[in-house]
Design a protein around this ligand. Structure first.
Ligand SMILES: Cc1cc2nc3c(=O)[nH]c(=O)nc-3n(C[C@H](O)[C@H](O)[C@H](O)COP(=O)(O)OP(=O)(O)OC[C@H]3O[C@@H](n4cnc5c(N)ncnc54)[C@H](O)[C@@H]3O)c2cc1C
Length: 313
């Protein structure tokens, strides 16, 4: 099967659904392909306090279903499936869904998101969302006046530790080397912060915690000294892993400009990629913020840009 559309949106996180709202209202009749994670990353968290419009906070799946319903109401054609192949060498752009059906699109909005890297520790899965997180900005507030640990040694780890140090009584940083990779200014700020303690040359071995019925909580992080092999337990309430993020951009390699970290390059403030008519929104092009509201806003920008592009061409 082959069909033609004015706008194809790839991805169903906050960026994709919001792009669909804007593109639908601009009469582009967009098709949105949801991918393997309908609703995106936010669907795996139960407590979201910082998305506007939910004064009591809400769960990620509820927020994403609300945005999806809004996109459907204004006319978006939302479909299950994976985009498995793209050809951006000429317009209309040819995209293949599930290795089968081709969509010829006058504009494409790439909103395929990113995925945080996890350590793969034995108890990590069990305590995800119950004290184990990859996002200090998202979950730090739940650990006010408590003790947390950040794992990592790059800029994100240092920024996370500094952010948490404002909220928590104490913050450990566990790093496998004897110096950080992060920028000097951040390092200096970390060293000058009294309630941050660095545990050098150590790797996490396991996350410890308790479970009573459905209630789970983290009680500690077991770490091992890389030289002596000696193990110790840090008593913590929260574990923040800051060991990197993988933008979901492999499909677009060779088609779009992508940086060394895998982020799609866009012209600041526009969502425009190096291919005229192809836009990127959300975490796949954002190394800095990784927040749902920012992904949604960039989806809105991409939707507006796609509409303007079609008016001008
Ligand atoms: C555990 C957790 C908790 C979080 N908590 C918060 C929070 O409290 N507040 C906050 O603001 N942010 C939070 N975030 C971050 C937030 O979820 C992300 O910033 C946001 O979801 C990014 O949106 P996005 O639309 O760019 O991409 P994503 O949400 O990553 O969605 C990407 C979408 O692309 C689809 N996709 C990928 N490849 C393909 C393909 N080939 N074909 C079709 N579709 C494809 C996927 O199925 C998915 O639907 C949290 C993240 C995590 C992991």
């Amino acid at each position: 099967m082959e069909e033609q559309v004015k706008c194809l949106i790839i991805g169903s996180g906050p960026a994709g659904y919001t792009a669909a709202i804007y593109a639908s209202r601009a009469d582009l009749k967009p098709i949105l392909i949801e991918g393997v994670q309908p609703g995106g990353q936010l669907t795996i968290t139960n407590e979201v306090e910082n998305f506007p419009g939910y004064p009591e906070g809400s769960s990620g799946p509820v927020i994403m279903e609300d945005i999806r319903q809004q996109a459907l109401r204004v006319g978006a054609d939302i479909r299950a499936g994976m985009v498995t192949e793209v050809d951006f060498s000429q317009r209309p752009f040819r995209c293949v869904v599930d290795n089968r059906d081709a969509i010829l699109a006058d504009t494409v909005i790439v909103a395929t998101g990113a995925s945080a890297r996890w350590l793969g520790l034995p108890s990590e899965q069990k305590f995800r969302g119950f004290g184990v997180s990859t996002c200090a900005t998202c979950d730090g507030n739940f650990f006010r006046k408590r003790t947390t640990v950040v794992i990592g040694g790059g800029d994100t780890a240092l920024e996370d530790a500094l952010y948490l140090a404002q909220l928590c009584t104490k913050v450990y940083i566990v790093h496998r080397r004897d110096q950080f990779r992060g920028t000097k200014a951040l390092q200096n700020a970390v060293f000058a912060t009294e309630n941050i303690e660095v545990v050098w040359n150590a790797v996490p071995v396991d996350i410890l915690g308790e479970q009573k019925g459905f209630i789970k909580k983290v009680t500690g992080l077991q770490v091992k000294d890389v030289h002596s092999g000696e193990e110790r337990t840090l008593a913590v309430d929260g574990v923040f892993e800051a060991i990197g993020v993988t933008p979901m951009s492999d499909l677009f390699k060779g088609q779009l400009e992508i940086n060394e970290q895998g982020y799609i390059l866009t012209q600041p403030g526009t969502g425009r990629t190096n291919v005229a008519g192809v836009f990127a929104a959300g975490d796949v092009q954002d190394p800095n913020y990784r927040q749902a509201v920012i992904a949604a806003a960039s989806g809105a920008i991409a939707g507006i840009e796609a509409s303007r592009f079609l008016m001008e061409n």
